[in-house]
Write a protein that binds this ligand. Sequence first.
Ligand code: PHE
Length: 357
Amino acid sequence: MTDLVTLEADLLAQVAAAADLSALDAVRVAAVGKQGAVSALLKTLGSLSPDERRDRGGQINGLRDRVQTALNDRRAALETAELDRRLAAERLDLTLPAPHVRRGAVHPTMQVMDEMIAIFATLGFAVAEGPDIEDDFHNFTALNFPPKHPAREMHDTFFFEPDDKGERKLLRTHTSPMQVRTMIAQKPPIRIISPGRTYRCDSDQTHTPMFHQVEGLVIDRNIHMGHLKWTLETFVARFFENDQVTTRFRPHHFPFTEPSAEVDVQCDRSGGEIRIGQGTDWLEILGCGMVHPNVLRACGIDPDEFQGFAFGMGVDRLGMLKYGMPDLRDMFASDVRWLSHYGFSAFAAPNPASGLS
Ligand code: PHE
């Protein structure tokens, strides 16, 4: 009996002395684990007479239960202490001023796209998106480019290797294939814009091999050039937040529109910056025109019943003009100094209510 009293006192002292959870676990294993002191005691019962066994067995089990209870209590106490320690150590003073660290910014192209979408949304345009990798039909044929027409080459197209069927996919050279996809999928009246990436093998101050366009398409009965001109002039005035921006419509040729025009914005490019509303230079920002009857037909729309207009705007160029960046190539150079200078806060999403920029 005295051996049990000594052992119990010893084990309880060890439990009380365990300073942390891992020390406590070592005590637990040594005391009530499979190879522990209590198990060793229980193994000795086999050699006793039935009466002795009953007495001593009861005593050993009582000891085991008390040690186990002490272990549980100590564990709970240590866990609470640990939690209190962490809560104290990890406490944050939320009233301290946050350090001003600027982490990332919205790229001007994305900002400009959001601004464009916000403006056209107020004019009732929905947004449609389509693939960057196109086929010849959507990028050229359905848009009334004659087969072997030099315009296919004029676009400086990036072609892929021909596939098993001999078909050459390509990176879309403009967002106009979305006119085709939209007209095949929807019945008039149609009023959409389609923002996205476009690709041409070209690089100088105002050209990059990858750039962004927003396509516009309106198809209904009795749509005419007046609607086109009003829409574009309204857009330009709202985009530049300036009614005085001078634009000029120049006659042009696109296979998919007739008549066609290009629109330039007056600007000054003499200094290191580009400025609108002054100067004697012009920067082309978009192509437009009345959708060609052949395009309507290729998309299953009867040109005797419906007509409409389309336009394709250079998003990056509009950004250059609005935010005064002289070189388009800088936009995609990923220079963090340029990005932190020209980038926008992610919390300042453009919308017609709070303003565009
Ligand atoms: N797709 C033409 C281009 O990229 C622009 C355009 C779009 C012209 C729609 C007319 C109508 O140059």
